[in-house]
Ligand binder design. Sequence first.
Ligand code: SF4
Length: 309
Amino acid sequence: MDKSLDLEGKIKAAHDHLRSCVLCPRNCGVDRLNGETGYCKTGKYAVIASYGPHFGEEQPLVGKNGSGTIFFGGCNLSCRFCQNYDISHEVRNGREVDQSTLATVMLELQGQGCHNINFVTPTHVVPQILGAYRHARDRGLDVPLVYNCGGYEKTETLKLLDGVISIYMPDFKFWDETSSTSYSDAPNYPAHARDALREMHRQVGDLRLNSRGIAEQGLLVRHLIMPNGIKESDKIIEFIATEISRQTYLNLMDQYRPCGTINDFPELNRSLTKEEYQAALQSAHTHNMQRLDSNDFRLLLKRLINLDD
Ligand code: SF4
């Protein structure tokens, strides 16, 4: 099936969900078309907090000209350690945009040479993205779309993006429900994240690069290693290795810093240690993961060389 032929149906189905919103696992049931808002605090229109070429993402997305990031206000997670609290939880300083305006932003980023359009925190605005994509495509958009999410997704909603999103970049944050409940107010996060990764990989497969090393299609997974969290990291890496693909592009992130409202959790009130990061790298090596982000790969090599000394 030519997936692009079905775009109108996908837009309609997604839009209909806004009447009694069950787009994500929160299942708020609110009428977002008539002024109600749910957990994500977002109504009929997407809110853009900021946008522009971004050079801090993974190298296959950044290339020479940057990744065209669009940061949305609102979020369906409440991570206590969130670094964007004012954007994600309070939806401050954003601008509501209709689909045509969102399309214009996408085209502006393409016009600046960005290698892709990178939707950051997109889960609660899937209908708006689909509608904007139709406008942008008709006006000449042809760079890949990146779905850069927290991993708290519904498979049914992801299916509406099949054939539209080229690159999925989910976080996989927690393996244990106790952690996801305490730190992100999402008891059923782990199961939804696992199902999301399966569906994303089914749609786009392992990450493929063009001859210039720029990502064209596929799955990248990010995992933020948490203080005292290596057991969960190991489970997550094992899951990716055995149930998704050992060729999954995996970024093990070591930049955890206490912020947001994390003071209530003493176990998370410090940065990651070097030993914890090295333990996560060792886990990736043990599970025979083949494609670590270049920074992780360099450090793993260094560690293995030192072990051999
Ligand atoms: S997208 Fe927002 S309103 Fe809809 S179910 Fe999720 S959190 Fe609730």
